[in-house]
Design a binder for this molecule. Structure first.
Ligand code: CAA
Length: 405
Protein backbone atom coordinates (compact mmCIF):
# COMPACT_ATOMS: atom_id res chain seq x y z
CA UNK A 1 0.00 0.00 0.00
CA UNK A 2 1.38 3.42 -0.92
CA UNK A 3 2.24 5.70 1.97
CA UNK A 4 0.40 8.70 0.59
CA UNK A 5 -1.71 11.09 2.62
CA UNK A 6 -4.98 9.53 1.49
CA UNK A 7 -4.13 6.15 2.96
CA UNK A 8 -2.10 7.16 5.99
CA UNK A 9 -4.10 6.99 9.22
CA UNK A 10 -3.33 9.58 11.85
CA UNK A 11 -2.02 7.64 14.81
CA UNK A 12 -1.53 4.43 16.69
CA UNK A 13 -3.20 4.63 20.08
CA UNK A 14 -1.93 2.88 23.19
CA UNK A 15 -5.11 1.86 25.00
CA UNK A 16 -5.55 1.00 28.70
CA UNK A 17 -5.55 -2.64 27.62
CA UNK A 18 -2.14 -2.20 25.96
CA UNK A 19 -0.79 -0.48 29.07
CA UNK A 20 -2.01 -3.33 31.28
CA UNK A 21 -0.52 -5.92 28.94
CA UNK A 22 2.79 -4.07 28.82
CA UNK A 23 3.03 -3.90 32.61
CA UNK A 24 2.14 -7.58 33.00
CA UNK A 25 4.55 -8.77 30.28
CA UNK A 26 7.39 -6.55 31.49
CA UNK A 27 6.96 -7.84 35.03
CA UNK A 28 6.78 -11.48 33.87
CA UNK A 29 9.81 -11.13 31.59
CA UNK A 30 11.94 -9.58 34.34
CA UNK A 31 10.81 -12.01 37.04
CA UNK A 32 10.57 -15.31 35.15
CA UNK A 33 12.64 -15.09 31.96
CA UNK A 34 15.61 -12.77 32.52
CA UNK A 35 16.98 -14.78 35.48
CA UNK A 36 17.06 -18.06 33.48
CA UNK A 37 18.10 -16.67 30.08
CA UNK A 38 21.87 -17.20 30.47
CA UNK A 39 21.36 -20.74 31.80
CA UNK A 40 19.18 -21.76 28.84
CA UNK A 41 21.59 -20.09 26.42
CA UNK A 42 24.46 -22.09 27.88
CA UNK A 43 22.64 -25.44 27.92
CA UNK A 44 20.68 -24.97 24.68
CA UNK A 45 17.71 -26.56 26.46
CA UNK A 46 14.20 -25.64 25.23
CA UNK A 47 12.51 -23.51 27.95
CA UNK A 48 9.27 -25.48 28.04
CA UNK A 49 8.39 -24.37 31.56
CA UNK A 50 8.42 -20.63 30.81
CA UNK A 51 6.87 -21.19 27.38
CA UNK A 52 3.90 -22.85 29.10
CA UNK A 53 3.67 -19.85 31.43
CA UNK A 54 3.61 -17.50 28.42
CA UNK A 55 0.74 -19.63 27.13
CA UNK A 56 -1.15 -19.34 30.41
CA UNK A 57 -0.82 -15.53 30.15
CA UNK A 58 -2.36 -15.57 26.66
CA UNK A 59 0.90 -14.60 24.94
CA UNK A 60 1.07 -17.58 22.57
CA UNK A 61 -1.93 -16.38 20.54
CA UNK A 62 -2.13 -12.66 21.24
CA UNK A 63 -3.88 -11.68 18.03
CA UNK A 64 -6.11 -14.76 17.80
CA UNK A 65 -9.80 -14.23 18.59
CA UNK A 66 -10.83 -15.50 22.02
CA UNK A 67 -13.16 -18.08 20.45
CA UNK A 68 -10.05 -19.77 19.00
CA UNK A 69 -8.19 -19.76 22.30
CA UNK A 70 -6.34 -16.45 21.77
CA UNK A 71 -6.15 -13.18 23.69
CA UNK A 72 -8.16 -11.26 21.06
CA UNK A 73 -5.73 -8.34 20.89
CA UNK A 74 -4.05 -6.55 17.98
CA UNK A 75 -0.68 -6.24 16.24
CA UNK A 76 0.45 -3.44 18.55
CA UNK A 77 -0.12 -5.78 21.51
CA UNK A 78 1.93 -8.45 19.75
CA UNK A 79 4.75 -5.99 19.06
CA UNK A 80 4.82 -4.64 22.63
CA UNK A 81 4.98 -8.22 23.91
CA UNK A 82 7.75 -9.20 21.49
CA UNK A 83 9.88 -6.22 22.51
CA UNK A 84 9.55 -6.97 26.24
CA UNK A 85 10.16 -10.72 25.93
CA UNK A 86 13.13 -10.17 23.57
CA UNK A 87 14.64 -7.71 26.04
CA UNK A 88 14.71 -10.51 28.60
CA UNK A 89 15.61 -13.33 26.21
CA UNK A 90 15.57 -13.50 22.41
CA UNK A 91 15.04 -17.29 22.36
CA UNK A 92 11.71 -16.99 24.17
CA UNK A 93 10.62 -14.28 21.75
CA UNK A 94 11.47 -16.49 18.75
CA UNK A 95 9.26 -19.29 20.06
CA UNK A 96 6.50 -16.76 20.76
CA UNK A 97 6.80 -15.15 17.34
CA UNK A 98 6.60 -18.39 15.36
CA UNK A 99 3.61 -19.57 17.36
CA UNK A 100 1.73 -16.28 16.94
CA UNK A 101 2.70 -15.04 13.50
CA UNK A 102 3.89 -17.90 11.36
CA UNK A 103 1.64 -20.67 12.65
CA UNK A 104 -1.62 -19.05 13.85
CA UNK A 105 -1.97 -16.19 11.35
CA UNK A 106 -2.00 -18.41 8.27
CA UNK A 107 -4.79 -20.56 9.66
CA UNK A 108 -6.81 -17.55 10.83
CA UNK A 109 -6.57 -15.85 7.42
CA UNK A 110 -6.85 -18.83 5.10
CA UNK A 111 -8.42 -21.66 7.14
CA UNK A 112 -11.99 -22.94 7.15
CA UNK A 113 -14.07 -22.50 10.30
CA UNK A 114 -13.47 -26.15 11.23
CA UNK A 115 -9.69 -25.78 10.70
CA UNK A 116 -9.57 -22.66 12.85
CA UNK A 117 -11.32 -24.44 15.71
CA UNK A 118 -9.25 -27.57 15.49
CA UNK A 119 -5.81 -26.14 14.65
CA UNK A 120 -5.59 -22.67 16.20
CA UNK A 121 -7.11 -23.34 19.62
CA UNK A 122 -4.53 -25.68 21.20
CA UNK A 123 -1.62 -23.63 19.89
CA UNK A 124 -2.99 -20.14 20.64
CA UNK A 125 -3.80 -21.24 24.18
CA UNK A 126 -0.25 -22.49 24.64
CA UNK A 127 -1.17 -26.14 25.27
CA UNK A 128 0.53 -27.16 22.04
CA UNK A 129 3.45 -25.67 20.12
CA UNK A 130 3.18 -24.56 16.52
CA UNK A 131 5.78 -24.27 13.74
CA UNK A 132 6.00 -23.14 10.10
CA UNK A 133 8.00 -25.02 7.51
CA UNK A 134 8.97 -23.40 4.23
CA UNK A 135 12.75 -23.80 3.86
CA UNK A 136 14.42 -26.87 2.34
CA UNK A 137 18.07 -27.91 2.23
CA UNK A 138 18.32 -26.56 -1.35
CA UNK A 139 15.85 -23.66 -1.06
CA UNK A 140 16.11 -20.79 1.43
CA UNK A 141 15.84 -17.29 -0.03
CA UNK A 142 14.46 -18.76 -3.25
CA UNK A 143 11.52 -20.11 -1.30
CA UNK A 144 9.43 -21.06 -4.33
CA UNK A 145 11.94 -23.60 -5.55
CA UNK A 146 11.02 -26.79 -3.70
CA UNK A 147 11.79 -30.50 -4.00
CA UNK A 148 9.47 -31.97 -1.34
CA UNK A 149 6.23 -33.31 -2.69
CA UNK A 150 2.62 -34.23 -1.84
CA UNK A 151 0.77 -36.64 -4.14
CA UNK A 152 -2.96 -37.31 -3.93
CA UNK A 153 -3.70 -41.02 -3.37
CA UNK A 154 -5.97 -43.00 -5.69
CA UNK A 155 -8.90 -42.77 -3.28
CA UNK A 156 -8.58 -38.97 -3.29
CA UNK A 157 -8.67 -39.00 0.49
CA UNK A 158 -5.05 -38.25 1.45
CA UNK A 159 -1.93 -36.49 0.17
CA UNK A 160 1.15 -38.66 0.59
CA UNK A 161 4.00 -36.34 1.56
CA UNK A 162 7.68 -37.08 1.07
CA UNK A 163 10.74 -34.89 1.51
CA UNK A 164 12.97 -33.03 3.85
CA UNK A 165 12.50 -29.54 5.27
CA UNK A 166 15.16 -27.60 7.16
CA UNK A 167 15.63 -24.76 9.63
CA UNK A 168 12.20 -25.26 11.18
CA UNK A 169 11.99 -23.16 14.34
CA UNK A 170 10.49 -25.04 17.33
CA UNK A 171 10.30 -28.27 15.28
CA UNK A 172 11.86 -30.48 17.96
CA UNK A 173 8.88 -29.65 20.23
CA UNK A 174 6.17 -28.75 17.74
CA UNK A 175 2.85 -30.58 17.94
CA UNK A 176 1.42 -28.87 14.84
CA UNK A 177 3.12 -27.49 11.73
CA UNK A 178 1.98 -25.42 8.77
CA UNK A 179 3.91 -27.10 5.95
CA UNK A 180 4.53 -25.78 2.44
CA UNK A 181 5.25 -28.39 -0.19
CA UNK A 182 4.67 -29.08 -3.87
CA UNK A 183 1.53 -30.74 -5.17
CA UNK A 184 3.14 -31.39 -8.55
CA UNK A 185 6.08 -33.25 -10.00
CA UNK A 186 9.39 -32.16 -8.48
CA UNK A 187 11.98 -30.45 -10.72
CA UNK A 188 14.38 -32.78 -12.56
CA UNK A 189 17.49 -30.96 -11.33
CA UNK A 190 18.41 -31.38 -7.65
CA UNK A 191 18.99 -27.60 -7.71
CA UNK A 192 15.35 -26.96 -8.58
CA UNK A 193 13.82 -25.48 -11.70
CA UNK A 194 14.46 -21.79 -11.19
CA UNK A 195 11.28 -21.11 -9.24
CA UNK A 196 8.74 -22.50 -11.73
CA UNK A 197 7.17 -24.56 -8.94
CA UNK A 198 5.75 -21.53 -7.09
CA UNK A 199 2.20 -21.89 -8.42
CA UNK A 200 2.19 -25.55 -7.45
CA UNK A 201 2.96 -25.14 -3.78
CA UNK A 202 0.25 -26.05 -1.29
CA UNK A 203 -0.01 -25.46 2.47
CA UNK A 204 -0.85 -28.45 4.69
CA UNK A 205 -1.73 -28.73 8.37
CA UNK A 206 0.51 -31.36 9.91
CA UNK A 207 -0.01 -33.30 13.12
CA UNK A 208 3.48 -34.36 14.21
CA UNK A 209 2.18 -37.37 16.18
CA UNK A 210 1.20 -39.17 12.97
CA UNK A 211 3.28 -41.90 11.30
CA UNK A 212 5.61 -40.78 8.51
CA UNK A 213 6.74 -37.68 10.38
CA UNK A 214 10.15 -37.52 12.04
CA UNK A 215 12.69 -34.95 13.13
CA UNK A 216 16.24 -34.69 11.87
CA UNK A 217 19.25 -33.14 13.49
CA UNK A 218 18.83 -30.16 15.77
CA UNK A 219 20.96 -27.25 14.59
CA UNK A 220 23.82 -26.18 16.88
CA UNK A 221 23.41 -22.39 16.65
CA UNK A 222 25.49 -19.27 17.32
CA UNK A 223 22.60 -17.51 19.07
CA UNK A 224 18.97 -17.95 20.17
CA UNK A 225 20.31 -21.25 21.46
CA UNK A 226 17.25 -22.09 23.59
CA UNK A 227 14.97 -21.87 20.57
CA UNK A 228 15.19 -25.36 19.11
CA UNK A 229 15.57 -25.62 15.33
CA UNK A 230 15.70 -28.82 13.34
CA UNK A 231 15.06 -30.58 10.08
CA UNK A 232 11.80 -32.44 9.62
CA UNK A 233 11.38 -35.49 7.44
CA UNK A 234 8.27 -36.78 5.68
CA UNK A 235 8.31 -40.42 4.69
CA UNK A 236 4.96 -41.38 3.12
CA UNK A 237 3.13 -39.17 5.61
CA UNK A 238 -0.60 -39.45 4.85
CA UNK A 239 -2.25 -36.05 5.22
CA UNK A 240 -6.08 -35.97 4.95
CA UNK A 241 -7.37 -33.72 2.16
CA UNK A 242 -9.30 -31.78 4.81
CA UNK A 243 -5.92 -30.52 6.05
CA UNK A 244 -5.14 -28.55 2.90
CA UNK A 245 -4.98 -24.90 3.96
CA UNK A 246 -6.42 -22.27 1.65
CA UNK A 247 -6.67 -24.37 -1.52
CA UNK A 248 -4.34 -26.46 -3.68
CA UNK A 249 -1.67 -24.29 -5.34
CA UNK A 250 -2.22 -21.34 -3.00
CA UNK A 251 0.70 -22.19 -0.71
CA UNK A 252 3.28 -19.72 -1.97
CA UNK A 253 1.00 -16.72 -1.56
CA UNK A 254 -0.04 -17.92 1.90
CA UNK A 255 3.61 -18.32 2.89
CA UNK A 256 4.43 -14.80 1.67
CA UNK A 257 1.38 -13.17 3.28
CA UNK A 258 2.19 -14.83 6.59
CA UNK A 259 5.83 -13.71 6.36
CA UNK A 260 4.72 -10.09 5.96
CA UNK A 261 3.23 -10.21 9.46
CA UNK A 262 6.09 -12.33 10.78
CA UNK A 263 8.62 -9.73 9.66
CA UNK A 264 6.97 -7.07 11.84
CA UNK A 265 7.41 -9.46 14.78
CA UNK A 266 11.10 -10.02 13.97
CA UNK A 267 11.59 -6.25 13.71
CA UNK A 268 10.13 -6.00 17.22
CA UNK A 269 12.38 -8.79 18.43
CA UNK A 270 15.46 -7.02 17.03
CA UNK A 271 14.34 -3.79 18.68
CA UNK A 272 13.93 -5.57 22.03
CA UNK A 273 17.44 -7.06 21.87
CA UNK A 274 18.82 -3.65 20.86
CA UNK A 275 17.03 -1.91 23.74
CA UNK A 276 18.39 -4.38 26.27
CA UNK A 277 21.94 -3.81 25.01
CA UNK A 278 21.44 -0.04 24.89
CA UNK A 279 20.09 0.18 28.44
CA UNK A 280 23.02 -1.87 29.76
CA UNK A 281 25.46 0.41 27.90
CA UNK A 282 23.78 3.55 29.26
CA UNK A 283 24.07 2.32 32.83
CA UNK A 284 27.68 1.27 32.33
CA UNK A 285 28.58 4.63 30.73
CA UNK A 286 27.18 6.42 33.81
CA UNK A 287 29.01 4.23 36.33
CA UNK A 288 32.30 3.14 34.80
CA UNK A 289 35.13 5.52 35.62
CA UNK A 290 38.16 6.08 33.39
CA UNK A 291 40.72 8.88 33.50
CA UNK A 292 38.99 10.25 36.60
CA UNK A 293 35.46 10.59 35.18
CA UNK A 294 32.50 8.42 34.11
CA UNK A 295 33.12 7.21 30.55
CA UNK A 296 29.75 8.71 29.54
CA UNK A 297 31.30 12.17 29.99
CA UNK A 298 33.59 11.56 26.98
CA UNK A 299 32.40 12.58 23.53
CA UNK A 300 33.39 9.31 21.86
CA UNK A 301 31.02 7.42 24.17
CA UNK A 302 28.37 10.13 23.82
CA UNK A 303 28.45 9.76 20.06
CA UNK A 304 27.78 6.03 20.40
CA UNK A 305 24.91 6.67 22.83
CA UNK A 306 23.35 9.24 20.50
CA UNK A 307 23.62 6.99 17.44
CA UNK A 308 22.24 3.97 19.31
CA UNK A 309 19.25 5.88 20.71
CA UNK A 310 18.47 7.47 17.34
CA UNK A 311 18.43 4.08 15.62
CA UNK A 312 16.20 2.60 18.31
CA UNK A 313 13.60 5.34 17.90
CA UNK A 314 13.82 5.30 14.09
CA UNK A 315 13.26 1.52 14.19
CA UNK A 316 10.29 1.92 16.49
CA UNK A 317 8.77 4.48 14.12
CA UNK A 318 9.16 2.07 11.18
CA UNK A 319 7.51 -0.72 13.18
CA UNK A 320 4.61 1.54 14.11
CA UNK A 321 4.23 2.62 10.49
CA UNK A 322 4.15 -1.05 9.47
CA UNK A 323 1.47 -1.79 12.10
CA UNK A 324 -0.66 1.13 10.91
CA UNK A 325 -0.35 0.02 7.29
CA UNK A 326 -1.10 -3.60 8.24
CA UNK A 327 -4.22 -2.75 10.25
CA UNK A 328 -5.45 -0.62 7.38
CA UNK A 329 -4.73 -3.37 4.83
CA UNK A 330 -6.60 -5.86 7.01
CA UNK A 331 -9.60 -3.53 7.19
CA UNK A 332 -9.88 -2.35 3.59
CA UNK A 333 -7.52 -4.59 1.60
CA UNK A 334 -4.08 -4.03 0.12
CA UNK A 335 -0.60 -5.07 1.17
CA UNK A 336 1.91 -3.91 3.76
CA UNK A 337 4.82 -5.92 2.36
CA UNK A 338 7.14 -2.94 1.84
CA UNK A 339 6.50 -1.47 5.28
CA UNK A 340 7.06 -4.83 7.01
CA UNK A 341 10.29 -5.40 5.08
CA UNK A 342 11.56 -1.88 5.83
CA UNK A 343 10.88 -2.35 9.56
CA UNK A 344 12.65 -5.74 9.63
CA UNK A 345 15.58 -4.55 7.53
CA UNK A 346 16.20 -1.44 9.59
CA UNK A 347 15.64 -2.95 13.04
CA UNK A 348 17.75 -6.04 12.41
CA UNK A 349 20.64 -3.96 11.09
CA UNK A 350 20.23 -1.47 13.94
CA UNK A 351 20.34 -4.37 16.42
CA UNK A 352 23.64 -5.53 14.93
CA UNK A 353 25.10 -2.03 15.26
CA UNK A 354 23.70 -1.41 18.75
CA UNK A 355 24.69 -4.75 20.30
CA UNK A 356 28.19 -4.29 18.84
CA UNK A 357 28.57 -0.75 20.20
CA UNK A 358 27.09 -1.69 23.57
CA UNK A 359 29.63 -4.49 23.83
CA UNK A 360 32.38 -2.04 22.86
CA UNK A 361 31.33 0.42 25.57
CA UNK A 362 31.66 -2.41 28.11
CA UNK A 363 35.18 -3.21 26.87
CA UNK A 364 36.53 -6.53 28.16
CA UNK A 365 33.49 -7.01 30.40
CA UNK A 366 31.28 -6.97 27.30
CA UNK A 367 33.25 -9.89 25.89
CA UNK A 368 32.80 -11.95 29.04
CA UNK A 369 30.00 -14.44 29.62
CA UNK A 370 29.65 -12.85 33.08
CA UNK A 371 27.52 -10.20 31.36
CA UNK A 372 24.66 -10.57 28.84
CA UNK A 373 26.25 -8.34 26.17
CA UNK A 374 27.88 -11.16 24.23
CA UNK A 375 24.54 -13.03 24.23
CA UNK A 376 22.71 -9.98 22.86
CA UNK A 377 25.41 -9.68 20.18
CA UNK A 378 25.03 -13.34 19.15
CA UNK A 379 21.23 -13.34 19.38
CA UNK A 380 20.86 -10.20 17.25
CA UNK A 381 22.71 -11.86 14.35
CA UNK A 382 19.85 -14.16 13.33
CA UNK A 383 17.42 -11.28 12.82
CA UNK A 384 19.33 -10.35 9.64
CA UNK A 385 18.85 -13.90 8.35
CA UNK A 386 15.56 -15.59 9.27
CA UNK A 387 12.15 -14.70 7.87
CA UNK A 388 14.06 -13.28 4.90
CA UNK A 389 17.67 -12.07 4.87
CA UNK A 390 18.50 -8.36 4.72
CA UNK A 391 19.32 -8.91 1.05
CA UNK A 392 15.82 -10.33 0.42
CA UNK A 393 14.20 -7.43 2.31
CA UNK A 394 16.10 -4.96 0.10
CA UNK A 395 15.01 -6.90 -2.98
CA UNK A 396 11.36 -6.87 -1.86
CA UNK A 397 11.40 -3.14 -1.07
CA UNK A 398 13.15 -2.18 -4.30
CA UNK A 399 10.96 -4.39 -6.51
CA UNK A 400 7.81 -2.93 -4.98
CA UNK A 401 9.12 0.62 -5.37
CA UNK A 402 10.10 -0.01 -8.99
CA UNK A 403 6.88 -1.86 -9.77
CA UNK A 404 8.84 -5.00 -10.67
CA UNK A 405 8.32 -8.61 -9.67
N1 CAA B 1 1.78 -11.41 -0.14
C1 CAA B 1 0.95 -12.04 -1.01
N2 CAA B 1 1.36 -12.55 -2.22
C2 CAA B 1 2.66 -12.38 -2.51
C3 CAA B 1 3.57 -11.74 -1.65
C4 CAA B 1 3.08 -11.23 -0.43
N3 CAA B 1 3.90 -10.61 0.43
N4 CAA B 1 4.80 -11.75 -2.23
C5 CAA B 1 4.66 -12.35 -3.42
N5 CAA B 1 3.37 -12.74 -3.58
C6 CAA B 1 2.80 -13.39 -4.76
C7 CAA B 1 3.05 -12.55 -6.00
O1 CAA B 1 2.04 -11.58 -6.17
C8 CAA B 1 3.05 -13.58 -7.10
O2 CAA B 1 1.71 -13.89 -7.42
P1 CAA B 1 1.27 -13.98 -9.00
O3 CAA B 1 2.15 -15.07 -9.57
O4 CAA B 1 -0.19 -14.35 -8.95
O5 CAA B 1 1.54 -12.67 -9.59
C9 CAA B 1 3.66 -14.82 -6.42
O6 CAA B 1 3.48 -14.62 -4.99
C10 CAA B 1 5.13 -14.99 -6.71
O7 CAA B 1 5.81 -13.79 -6.33
P2 CAA B 1 7.23 -13.44 -6.88
O8 CAA B 1 7.29 -13.73 -8.34
O9 CAA B 1 7.60 -12.06 -6.40
O10 CAA B 1 8.16 -14.51 -6.15
P3 CAA B 1 9.75 -14.61 -6.22
O11 CAA B 1 10.05 -16.05 -6.16
O12 CAA B 1 10.33 -13.83 -7.32
O13 CAA B 1 10.26 -13.86 -4.91
C11 CAA B 1 10.64 -13.66 -2.58
C12 CAA B 1 9.68 -14.00 -3.71
C13 CAA B 1 10.21 -12.32 -2.03
C14 CAA B 1 12.09 -13.59 -2.92
C15 CAA B 1 10.37 -14.82 -1.60
O14 CAA B 1 10.84 -16.03 -2.16
C16 CAA B 1 10.95 -14.60 -0.25
O15 CAA B 1 10.38 -13.87 0.56
N6 CAA B 1 12.06 -15.29 0.07
C17 CAA B 1 12.56 -15.34 1.42
C18 CAA B 1 11.96 -16.52 2.11
C19 CAA B 1 11.99 -16.40 3.59
O16 CAA B 1 11.73 -15.35 4.16
N7 CAA B 1 12.25 -17.53 4.25
C20 CAA B 1 12.25 -17.59 5.66
C21 CAA B 1 11.41 -18.77 6.07
S1 CAA B 1 10.82 -18.82 7.71
C22 CAA B 1 12.17 -18.91 8.69
O17 CAA B 1 13.01 -18.07 8.62
C23 CAA B 1 12.33 -20.02 9.67
C24 CAA B 1 11.52 -19.90 10.86
O18 CAA B 1 10.96 -20.88 11.30
C25 CAA B 1 11.45 -18.61 11.59
Amino acid sequence: MALDEATRPLSLALTDEHEMLLTAVRDFARREIAPVAARYDESGEFPLDTVRKMGAMGLMGIEMPEEYGGAGMDTLAHVLTMIEIAKADASHSTILSVNNSLYCNGILWFGSEAQKREWIKPVASGEAIGAYSLTEPMSGSDAGNMASRAVLNDAGSHYIINGRKSWVTSAPFADRIVLFTMTADPPRSPHGDGGKTKGKITAFLIDTSQPGFSRGKTEPKLGIRASATSEIIFDDYACPVENVLGGVGQGFKIAMAVLDAGRIGIAAQALGIAEAAYEAALEYARERQAFGAPIGSYQMIQQKIADMKTRIEAGRALIYQAIITKERAMAIGGRYTTEASMAKLFCSEAAAYITDEALQIHGGMGYSKEMPLERYYRDARITRIYEGTSEIQRMVIARNELGLR
